[in-house]
Design a protein around this ligand. Sequence first.
Ligand code: ADP
Length: 376
Amino acid sequence: MPVLVLNCGSSSIKYTLFDSERDEVVRHGLLDRVTQYFAAFEELFNTLESFLPEGLGSIRAVGHRVVHGGDRFVASRVVDDDVLSALKEISPLAPLHNPHNIRGIECTADHIPDVLQVAVFDTAFHATLPERARHYAIPLQISELLGIRRYGFHGISHQYVSRRALSLAGGGEDLRMITCHLGNGCSVSAVRGGRCVETSMGFTPLEGLVMGTRCGDLDPAVVLQLLDPKGADLSWDEVYGLLNHQSGLLGLSGYSSDVRDLLSAREEGDANASLALEIFTYRLKKYIGSYHAVLGGTDALVFTAGIGENAPAIRMEALAGMEEMGFVLDPKANEATVGTEGEISDPVSPVRILVIPTDEDRLIYEETLRVIGQNS
Ligand code: ADP
């Protein structure tokens, strides 16, 4: 039975068609520069039809990545009218993402009437954060009124790699894990026995690590300074753009958000590229160290996503000097593990250090099967 996974963004639609009997991918693809959603969906479903001998009607279910589930959705859900209207109410919390996810759900319903649709949330894995990790120290009344709290993102990826690490490390119920998703967006999670207890992204995906173009942690007074009519006097939109699209590795280096570019520029002696990478790995080290404390020790550390899977130098620099805390890399294994799964810690290392390629579509597919299994 075919199961379709969709990840609908502002200008792209990523899709993966699975065959659930064989448990394998039939077709994976991307439509980019999408301006007209309905037309893009026509194209998508025309393409898919050629891979479906029994037509679109044979699709058993469609699983969607939905970025924000708010407080209401702490697990994957079949999308019915109530769920759809609740998603629309949550939309202002993730104005750049959720409206596109919702449009994807509506376009799917237009093209394949009555197909079962399942929403899988990027925030859901973080629903287990304890109160102390959720709150910002601003007046509770205000945060409760406005829904301001740590939600956490990249949950689908953190859940996928932590599940995989649990089966590789075989550590049982209390395995203490730190998972580092280092892609264009970057986040770290602390996971105990498969449940997330802390994560670096917060109210929005802007908090935490240095990212490709996002600043991560910042003194909130910097924002006030940028907005100050007597100072920089930037508009809200300008500040938003500065912190989200012009900061991070791009802002620090002055020319690229891509770690590959910065690594080669550093080789050629570019001081800004070198500083940008140093700030990136230093921030990562601070998070790994603090989550080590949060967990009271670490059994496994996982690297994933574009940088985590492919950049041994970044992994090595982030962990340099942490040997006495139990993080001992095997330099050869680290160098050799690029784009594949592997263990990169020294055999004597108290913490097992793993590289696990993320596979968000597989997790959405598995969640979709699980949820429709419960509902049939
Ligand atoms: P997204 O978060 O958009 O899914 P990815 O997980 O694909 O992104 O990560 C993209 C980033 O990974 C790139 O911007 C680049 O910095 C980094 N990257 C990809 N391949 C390599 C590589 N071989 N070496 C170092 N960094 C890499």
